[in-house]
Write a protein that binds this ligand. Sequence first.
Ligand code: HH2
Length: 266
Amino acid sequence: MVVGILNVTPDSFSDGGDFLDPEAAAEHAATMLDEGADIVDVGGESTRPGSDPVSQDEEIQRVVPVLERILSVHPESMISVDTYRSGTATAALEAGASLVNDVTAFRGDPRMASVIREAACPVILMHMQGEPKTMQKEPHYEDVVGEVRDFLAERAEYAVAAGVRPENVILDPGIGFGKNLEHNLDLLRNLDAIVELGFPVLIGASRKSFIERITGVQEARDRVSGTVATTVLAFERGATFFRVHDVRANREALAVAEAVLHTSRR
Ligand code: HH2
């Protein structure tokens, strides 16, 4: 599943300010759907390193009009809302969103689990060490893969105990969220350990700064090739959801990777 990113924010790290106008946002969503996105992930708050939170009201005002506009033109499309606030999730689900992307894995708002249970919708539970404002200041792990795996296993268990259906849980190691270059590489290299938990796994490495550390590409928008490499490697290791800015390039790469790896496709 290719998840196209739509940031309705002034300050996102690679496309901040591009889609604040609901019409421009809906147009970009339509482009991503045409290019083969299975889901559009709409977010109203940047979680880039150093970012500040916005109020729930502000977040709802950014996200809901965009969601309504996309669904009025593409009523069949699957929209996810990138939020950790239960009020925003509720407003988005009422407006027609199909799933919730919670980067705090239910730690940000005690009411989120019951919103997901009531809606009986899928939810993405992501690992983050610390919080966006400070998370990239010396992240530390004894064993990054083991700690992220154990955290995600515990969060999945918590969700299921709170009444979320197990088949609705998607796990995400949170590339770049309280992780340095080696942590990100270790997680991508050993993604099998998280896939083995038995839930679908999402990877969100698109245009992130660790790609610049490897390739030297400073402009975030130009980190497409590096992103595609992460998509293909994560797919080979069992990830099935890919949250990306550049839908066409990642979709094409996945088609080729799938053809090579799953020969029965022909
Ligand atoms: N990354 C970002 C935001 N949300 N959600 C999940 N599940 N996984 C991720 O890796 C992830 C995420 C950060 O990227 P982006 O949305 O492009 O930037 P910003 O947070 O600056 O809006």
